[in-house]
Design a protein around this ligand. Structure first.
Ligand SMILES: Cc1ncc(COP(=O)(O)O)c(C=O)c1O
Length: 298
């Protein structure tokens, strides 16, 4: 990526990306009725713009009307995306690995198909890497697992590791926003940028992406074994240190039991336990977690 705009959160990074894709299209044809294609079961944040591209009616319903010009496609279904493309389409936004939606990784064909579709129609591909980026999948960005380069990337969360910083980045050819189109008082302030710099140093010093690949593969193996052992586990999905198991029993009960064991886990939509541990965990921590989880599932 060639350009970056720093924000105070992931949601604001999405807001900026929405404006960027609209402005890019506006610069080409001057129209003011552009549409963005987003994915069902996605999550992009809770402000009005970010909520508008979040494919979850439970989050959206109380706050309608949202911003217009958003159409929702089936995730991992290229035909569904194709059927929504019109001469008004200005961008496609997705998480390469859906988090809140239940830990669903995109398929290779889907990601590569989206890239080709965007090239064909000269529309922008936006990857929301807010949850799945910053090393979580074993690559710095999840899209790198698919051998494609998006036009716009949104990051936050682990970029500041606790301090409020996000960013949207783009390729030079897509840098449609000019000063005045977008702005932020605190965005890119020296305090949070110093934190983000320190985070980047840690990535290098600890060789974190390689570490995540190794421990992530170990977690995958262990969760596969657990899935084979317990009938109440219906499915296991994920990449690196972003994985999930889908249960046939109420996930809330397991989470409560886990807390008593001193294990903090979180759910995701669709009765899924989501594993998003700190990137520095080691195999011995995975073993400890699996032992506690076994107890809860038994
Ligand atoms: C994929 C994704 N996009 C956007 C957001 C919103 O980010 P923030 O909470 O920093 O505003 C989140 C937060 O969970 C997320 O997971």
């Amino acid at each position: 990526m060639d350009r970056v705009f720093f924000t105070n959160s992931g949601t604001e990074a999405i807001e900026g990306a929405i404006k960027l894709v609209r402005k890019y299209a506006y610069n080409k044809d001057g129209r003011t009725d552009h549409e963005i294609i987003a994915m069902k079961h996605s999550f992009h944040g809770r402000s009005m713009g970010a909520l508008s591209v979040t494919g979850n009616d439970a989050y959206q319903a109380p706050f309608k009307p949202l911003i217009g010009g958003v159409r929702f496609a089936e995730y991992n279904n290229l035909e569904s995306v194709k059927s929504l493309i019109t001469d008004r389409t200005c961008g496609i936004i997705l998480e390469a690995l859906q988090g809140e939606g239940g830990i669903y990784p995109a398929s290779n064909e889907f990601m590569q198909g989206l890239r080709a579709l965007c090239d064909e129609h000269d529309i922008l591909l936006v990857c929301d890497e807010i949850q799945c980026g910053m090393g979580r999948t074993g690559n710095m960005f999840c899209y790198q697992s698919y051998d494609i380069v998006p036009d716009v990337v949104c990051v936050a969360k682990a970029l500041g590791n606790g301090l409020p910083i996000g960013a949207f980045l783009c390729r030079e050819e897509c840098a449609a926003l000019v000063p005045g189109d977008h702005g932020s008082t605190y965005g890119g302030n020296p305090l949070v940028c110093a934190a983000a710099n320190a985070v980047m140093d840690q990535f290098e010093e600890l060789n974190l992406t390689a570490h995540v690949k190794e421990v992530g593969a170990y977690l995958y193996e262990q969760l596969e074994q657990l899935t084979a052992k317990f009938d109440c586990i219906k499915d296991h999905r994920g990449i690196g240190l972003m994985q999930g198991i889908e249960l046939t029993i109420p996930v809330g009960d397991v989470i409560k039991k886990a807390q008593k064991e001193g294990l903090i886990i979180i759910s995701a939509s669709g009765n899924v336990i989501r594993f998003v541990p700190p990137l520095v965990i080691e195999k011995k921590h995975v073993d400890e977690m699996i032992a506690k989880l076994k107890k809860c599932l038994q």
